[in-house]
Design a protein around this ligand. Structure first.
Ligand SMILES: [Zn+2]
Length: 348
């Protein structure tokens, strides 16, 4: 038969290995992966000699700020950046317009029609006062539920008492959740202390969003996940200490798994002093030494870290410079940098 397109002569890389092969595409989908000398033909030929041909990245943690104020980012620009740099599927959730019930999920899907250049799914938020909406959202087709253990980005905290109920409800539905782990009481106490001291230097970020606050929240989530059996992922595990804690809990029977992002494999904690708002994201970068960095890469390579996402949440440079370090936006871009960074790492 004649296919629409062939990507010819490249080295096809999959989860199980690499091989010289030609990739044939029909109606926008892979129709066949065949030996280089196969007799099939195609209307369009893309020569990939000397190149790697990789599956598109599935990025499960993306913020594109729609509906709502999309001056930071929107679906057309964000998904164009994704497609250009090898991310072909995203799971998106935005804190500015959270999906707290099934009606909002329907509204958002309608809003997004013809606005994405890649495949996408949507995740919902769990608000403490909307726990009763979880079932309806899951049955409507959300990909997962985002839970914050601390009040952040305008999203209220789910504290341990409520988290137990939420995990139980999710476990009963066999639903999936992504948990942002920073302890609400500890981060709030840090914030009060730092502000009382009059601190406005960028160094407040790692003190406010402390290592201990993250570890305490991961510990609670791990314990409650073990009690309920919920399928939960710790969002953006920021250090090897966090990954080790999750691994210990897994060894003890907790179903928790760890996600991380390139910023926790590459960026150093001290960069906040030089780059200020351009390194403001939470949890912050934790790497202090080559050993710290090696431990994270080893955890990534040995499977202690389940998967990589971007936590894509960009701002314009002007927006990043607005206000004090307390006031400017959290977040980094990632859709257009992550695949190149990881391919680069793989080739070293
Ligand atoms: Zn995020």
């Amino acid at each position: 038969m004649t296919f629409d397109l062939v990507v010819r002569g490249g080295t096809v890389v999959t989860a199980t290995g690499r091989q010289r092969a030609d990739v044939y595409v029909q109606d926008g989908q892979i129709g066949a992966i065949l030996d280089p000398d196969s007799p099939e033909s195609a209307d369009q030929v893309l020569e990939a000699d000397g190149r790697f041909v990789l599956p598109g990245m599935v990025d499960t943690h993306v913020h594109l700020m729609e509906p709502g104020d999309s001056t930071r980012e929107d679906f057309p620009t964000g998904t164009r950046a994704a497609a250009r740099r090898g991310v072909t599927t995203i799971v998106e959730h935005t804190h500015g317009w959270p999906l707290t019930d099934a009606g909002r999920f329907v509204d958002k899907r309608y809003h997004l029609r013809n606005r994405s250049y890649v495949d996408y799914a949507l995740a919902a938020h769990v608000f403490p006062e909307h726990v009763g909406e979880i079932r309806g959202l899951w049955e409507a087709g959300v990909a997962f539920f985002k839970i914050f253990t601390c009040a952040t980005h305008g999203i209220p905290a789910v504290t341990p008492a409520t988290l137990l109920d939420v995990f139980q409800e999710l476990a009963d539905l066999d639903a999936v959740c992504l948990v942002h782990c920073e302890d609400d009481v500890m981060t709030a106490a840090n914030e009060r202390r730092l502000k009382a001291e009059g601190r406005i230097d960028p160094g407040v970020i790692p003190e406010w969003r402390s290592r201990e606050a993250e570890l305490v929240a991961v510990g609670s989530a791990a314990m409650l996940a073990k009690v309920t059996g919920v399928r939960a992922t710790v969002a953006h595990a920021s250090s090897a200490d966090v990954v080790d804690l999750i691994q210990r809990e897994r060894d003890a029977g907790s179903p928790l798994v760890a996600e991380t992002c390139p910023q926790y494999l590459y960026l150093h904690e001290s960069e906040i002093h030089e780059h200020g708002p351009f390194r403001k994201f939470t949890p912050p970068a934790r790497i202090r030494s080559t050993e710290d960095q090696d431990r994270m890469w080893n955890a990534f390579n040995d499977g202690s870290i389940s998967h990589l996402s971007t936590d894509h949440a960009p701002s314009t440079a002007a927006q990043k410079r607005e206000g004090t370090i307390w006031e400017c936006h959290f977040g980094l871009p990632g859709l257009d940098t992550t695949v190149p960074l990881m391919v680069d790492a793989a080739l070293r």
